[in-house]
Design a binder for this molecule. Structure first.
Ligand SMILES: NC(=O)C1=CN([C@@H]2O[C@H](COP(=O)(O)OP(=O)(O)OC[C@H]3O[C@@H](n4cnc5c(N)ncnc54)[C@H](O)[C@@H]3O)[C@@H](O)[C@H]2O)[C@@H](O)CC1
Length: 487
């Protein structure tokens, strides 16, 4: 797993480190890593020698990184021009280094550049872009590469214009192909609208120590999921692998039952029970499932999933109450979240002692929290988790998992392929299976979101690419291959 820390925490660590090193060491390490990445980008566009490089240089150290990296590229024969956003405040030593290497300054955006290095703002950014930077960023699209195509844009640390700590994008912001970030990830590189501005993210090691404060977010990696995923043992049987129950679907929404069951069947449990109104549909599609009509009539389970397509009538409320009253972990999804938003069911949720995961998208989040998550999704998910005392899986292109204790995870595998009806039901079923198999709520939620994202990507690939019309059954069908690949 990797950590994304807030700008102030990173700055404090850097300030503690700086006096222990020769002057300028951190910036030189940053610039060296940045120049290396820029050179590899240029290698793919015909080489460094003779390439046209445009540096966008702001008033702070972010501009300093760009200037020193530009000096390194100029020394290798690139034609490097620096556009100083606030000329009287540019990093003096960096500028001198660039000039000494043969680079020049220019007064406005050039017509041609093969590589644009965005050093306008980094972790010292406050609010949306102001002043001359706005014009530069808004007109960047007019710059063409020597071959007539788009230049490659490399952002330094974070793309300029994004909120480093929240990932919010409130005004014009650079759209980078690559972001070279220093020391560790930043929240803007893992959550919110800013992620789409960052492109591919490279973390350059500048010798920053592991920070002693809680990260703004953790980002799971495949190796974490592989490690957590319950594996089959010679002594496994259908009961000790865990049994998951699904209180999902209704006459109006039978598909939600089928999708949630499909998700659960792909998980690690040995048995799936279905309690609901569409038992015939479920058993026809999935003959291994044990059907009953009501939660109260189902046999023992180690976790419940409740809400997908359940409806919001009195029957649905009774079923939700039965799930909330059961002393086992529960996933509360979709219609069950609507039911929780009003009436006495919310107090049932608070009384629960077994782990609970709620899985809202933004509108469902508003039903629980009173308002949509807003631009600071990390804070919103954390607050709701603390307020309800449950794990919150906030769906989005970067799904977040927040625990009541204040830990947040940002899932990196999201894909637009999942933006289609029914995929949430698949996720809920899979998550329920992981809970029933004994995973703690946060790991179950993180693992389910991660694998679900991979399944979305696999489904799209199988159908011909990222623009293929993926459906929820395609996602469910892709789960076994993704899980099998864990080895
Ligand atoms: N602290 C360190 O030791 C290191 C810092 N490094 C670099 O330094 C960066 C942080 O440097 P700084 O703290 O100087 O901050 P920035 O380089 O992000 O710039 C801050 C300056 O930009 C201006 N500014 C702030 N918000 C603005 C806005 N919305 N619109 C227009 N101008 C705005 C302010 O006047 C401020 O002086 C990092 O992102 C990284 O690139 C690296 O060199 C590695 C080492």
């Amino acid at each position: 797993m990797r950590a994304a820390w807030r700008a102030a925490d990173i700055r404090a660590a850097e300030e503690a480190l700086i006096p222990t090193l020769p002057a300028g060491t951190l910036m030189q390490r940053a610039a060296a890593g940045l120049a290396r990445r820029c050179a590899s980008v240029l290698a793919g566009r015909g080489g460094v020698y003779g390439a046209r490089v445009l540096l966008l240089v702001g008033a702070g150290n972010n501009g300093g990184d760009a200037l020193y990296a530009g000096a390194r590229l100029a020394a290798r024969g690139a034609a490097v021009s620096a556009l100083l956003i606030t000329p009287d405040r540019a990093h003096a030593e960096g500028l001198a280094a660039l000039r000494a290497a043969g680079g020049a300054t220019i007064a406005g955006l050039p017509a041609v550049a093969d590589l644009v290095v965005d050093g306008i703002l980094g972790s010292g950014a406050r609010g949306p872009l102001r002043g001359a930077a706005v014009d530069v960023v808004e007109n960047l699209d007019g710059v063409r590469a020597t071959d007539g195509g788009r230049p490659t844009v490399v952002a330094v640390d974070v793309p300029s214009g994004v909120n480093v700590n929240t990932g919010q994008v409130e005004g014009p912001a650079v759209r980078a192909d690559v972001t070279v970030t220093f020391g560790c990830l930043k929240p803007a590189l893992v959550v919110g609208a800013a992620v789409a501005h960052a492109g591919h993210v490279d973390v350059v090691d500048i010798g920053l120590p592991w920070l002693a404060v809680r990260p703004a977010a953790w980002v799971p990696e495949l190796s974490d999921i592989q490690r957590w995923w319950p594996s089959l043992a010679p002594t496994s049987d259908k009961y000790n692998r865990g049994v998951v129950g699904l209180a999902t679907g209704s006459a109006a929404f039978p598909g939600a039952a089928l999708m949630s069951v499909a998700g659960a069947l792909a998980g690690p449990t040995g048995m799936v029970r279905y309690a609901g109104q569409v038992t015939d549909d479920v058993v026809r599609a999935h003959p291994s499932v044990i059907p009953t009509r009501r939660v109260a009539e189902a046999g023992r389970v180690q976790a419940w999933v409740c809400g997908c397509g359940l409806g919001t009538d009195r029957h649905a409320a009774e079923e939700l109450r039965a799930v909330l009253g059961a002393p086992v972990p529960a996933v509360i999804d979709a219609d069950a979240l609507t039911l929780l938003g009003h009436g006495d069911l919310n107090s049932w949720l608070r009384r629960r002692e077994a782990p609970t995961v709620v899985t809202p998208h933004d509108r469902e989040f508003a039903r629980l929290a009173g308002d949509q998550p807003g631009p600071d999704r990390l804070a919103a998910a954390t607050e709701l988790a603390a307020q309800l005392g449950v794990t919150v899986l906030l769906k989005g292109d970067r799904t977040l998992v927040a625990t009541p204790e204040g830990t947040v995870w940002a899932n990196p595998t999201g894909t637009p392929a999942l933006a289609t009806a029914g995929t949430g039901d698949v996720l809920a079923g899979l998550l329920g299976s992981l809970l029933a198999a004994g995973l703690p709520a946060d790991r179950a939620a993180v693992a389910a979101a991660f694998v679900h994202g991979l399944a979305g990507r696999t489904a799209a690939d199988r159908l011909g690419g990222e623009h293929a019309p993926v459906t929820a059954p395609d996602v469910a069908a892709a789960l076994p291959a993704v899980i099998a690949s864990f080895g």
